[in-house]
Structure formats: structure tokens, C-alpha cells
Design a protein around this ligand. Sequence first.
Ligand code: ACO
Length: 427
Amino acid sequence: MADKATLTYNGKTYELPVVVGTENEAAIDIQHLRAESGLITLDDGYANTGSCISNITFIDGEQGILRYRGYPIEELAEYSTFVETAYLLITGELPNARQLAEFKALLNEHQFIHENMRHHFEGFPADAPPMAILSAMLNTLGCFEPAVARPSDEPNFLASAARLLSKVRAIAAASYRKSMGLPINYPRFDLSYTANFWHLMFCMPNAPCEPDPDIVRALDMIFILHADHEQNCSTSTVRMVASSQANLYASVAAGVCALWGPLHGGANMAVIEMLEGIRARGESVPAFVAKVKDAHARLMGFGHRVYKNFDPRAKIIKQACDRVLSRLGIRDPLLDIAMELEEVALRDPYFIERKLYPNVDFYSGIIMRAAKIPLSMFPVLFAIGRMPGWIANWREVHLNPKARIYRPRQVYNGPTKRPYTMLAARG
Ligand code: ACO
């Protein structure tokens, strides 16, 4: 592969280095292009911009490949746990038995939120969006736990990461309990990460309560599938904020805000609302798809900036849906609508030409409904799952000895220079 690309502009030729990654992805390095030629590159929405060199996650969108630190998502979803996957993303390696036990102990040790933090939940209205509470409370957590170990100090950084991973779960559950007027639960030391989340969400202090292992396994798998996804909108946001050397809490709080939108982590909620709407109106699926096309609107849970063949996470979740619902003895009419919608869309030239396939959000909501997770909490579960990826990316930015503040350029297209108009003369 050539190690240089050439660009000719205005009769002059510029040589640009080509950087090749471990999976042979090649990129033209334009860092010095402006200094040499006066040109910048324009890529609205960053669709073809490599914003960094990263060792964390690999995606091949054409072939539907997703790997965390080299490990295929299919194998992680089948054999790993969320805690182990989090360790892998943050440190780069799967833990051995001792390391895993130590990491679990750290998660246990840090699972309580400061008692004074509990009062902060009282200030939010009962119907406040849980993603707003989550972002605000992550920043608040930074006030209570300001010390984050240096990213290069791995054992201590792992403790900082565990603190955040453990507490985000408690914050998420507390926001739900408050919105329902229920007492905030304390975590249990005998439960796994995900079982504890379920306990924090649903158990009542006055009744025995054991999480269902099938539900716990299904939620754990959802967390694994969401744990990282290279330079998506929220992770790029975390890296952007981290590049100013902002602290870990501020950076992930910003990540939550970016994730919130319906084109990103809010899509899992939007999918269920769409399916509920079809059911409530008694609409036929082909008629709904035709309406989407006519309006040039969006089929929620479909399409992806990177995957142009299939989203491997959607495949895994779809298979899990059948398994989980039949184990739990649940028949969800929304699953039937979703499957018909997929079938109709995948046969339709409109979706074929645009390479639109179900993404991770298309079926994840069906599983979360089966687990009795309230709709407004769906994006929050996405955020809990994505936390290891955000932490790993934050750490990578800080470990880069050549790190610079992220600062894209633009092509200005507004008014050219004009003199100030006095108020009286403005008409
Ligand atoms: N339904 C119908 N048409 C779509 C969809 C969709 N879901 N997504 C894209 N298109 C169409 C666009 O209208 C456009 O058509 P055109 O060329 O005729 O104008 C074409 O496909 C290309 O669309 P873009 O907007 O360029 O695609 P982009 O890569 O910018 O967007 C995105 C990706 C945001 C995921 C988009 O597919 C979408 O909005 N999907 C629905 C929301 C969703 O499910 N988001 C979750 C994404 S996964 C995640 O964040 C975890």
C-alpha cells in the first residue's frame, strides 16, 4: 500500500502521508495540509473524518464486524459478562481470575452514593427526563468524588473507573425510584453488577426480592452490546470534552447529553413509541412503511452511519429476544410488529438502495420491556452500558503524549465584513 497520497490544487502538488491501522484501514493525514496549501478539508457531520487513532474498538461497517480490543462482539455477548467486558475496554486485556475478583471487589466497595447526594434527587420534578437527571447527577458526583487517579496509574485508575461504573447504576436507579415516589434502595453486596441494578430499580424494602436470572443475563448482554462503538456521537463528545483536559465526570456527563437524542441513544425509546403507535392505530405495516417513505421520514431503529450491511449487535439482540421472551413466557405483540416491519423494509428498494438495516436499538427495547424497564429509562440503560467505552476513550485521550485540544475548523459562509448599523437606522 502506498504510504503517500498526492493532491494537486492550483497547479501545485502536495504529498500527504497515509496512515494504516492494524486492520489495514488507510487514512490520509492532512494535519499539515493547511499550513502548506491554505486548504482545509470539509466533511459535514464528520462522515469521512478520522478524528483520532484509537486502540479500543474496531468496526467494519461493510462486513458487519464489531470487536472490542480485538474480541468479536458475538463471543463477548455469549461468553463474557458486562463487568469483564468493562475491564477489557478500560485496560485493554481480559482480566485473569484474580484481576476480575479484585475489580468486582472495587465495584462493590464503591457502590454507595454519598448520603448527601440523595437529597439532590429531591430537587427534580417527578416527570423530569431521566437522562437530564443522569447527566446532572454525574456532574454532581464529580463534586463529591473529585479525585480521579492519573490515567497512567492503572491500578488506581481502575478504582476511579469502578467508582464511576458502580455509582452510575445507583444514580440511574435512584432517579427512577424518585420519579415513582419510591424509597431509594441501598445496593446489596451479594449480587452481581447487573442483578444489583435490577434490585436497585425494583425491590421493595419490605418484601423479599430476588432478581430473575434470565432477566439479569439479558440485561447484562444488552450492557455488553452497548459497551463501546468507536467514534459515535456521544463517545466523540466525551473525547472532545476530555481533550480540553476536563475531568472524567464532566466528560461523561456531556456524553450522556449527546446520547440522549432520538438519532442516537434515544432511538430505543423512539422505536417502542413507533411500534406502539402502529398497534394503537391498528395500522398495517406495509401502509406504515409507505407513509415513512412518502414523508421521507425515519424508521426508528433503522440505518446506521457506519453499518451498511447489517449491525452485528442487532442480529444478536434479535436472537436473544425470542429466547428471552419464551423463557419468561411473554408474548409481546410489538415483537411481531417489529419483525414484520423488518421484513417489509428489507424487501423494499427504498431501504435496499439506502443500505438501511435494523440497528442495535430496533430490538433492544423489546427485551427491556420484558424486563419491566420503564420506557423513559431505555436511554439510561444505554448510558450505563456505554460507560466503560466512555471511560476507555477518556483515558486514551489523556494517555496520548501528543494529545491536543480537539478543535475542528469550518468554512465560513455568513455575511462578509459590513459596518455596524446604528439602532435608529435599522428600520
Ligand atoms: N428510515 C428511513 N430513511 C432513512 C433512515 C431511516 N431510519 N436513516 C436514513 N435514511 C435515509 C435518509 O433519509 C437519506 O435518504 P436520502 O438520501 O434520500 O436523503 C439516506 O437514508 C441517508 O441518510 P443519512 O441521514 O445521510 O444517514 P446518516 O448516516 O446521517 O444517519 C442515522 C444515520 C442517524 C442512524 C439514521 O439512519 C437515522 O436517523 N436512523 C433512525 C434513528 C436511529 O435508529 N438511531 C440509532 C442509531 S444507532 C445508535 O446510535 C446506537
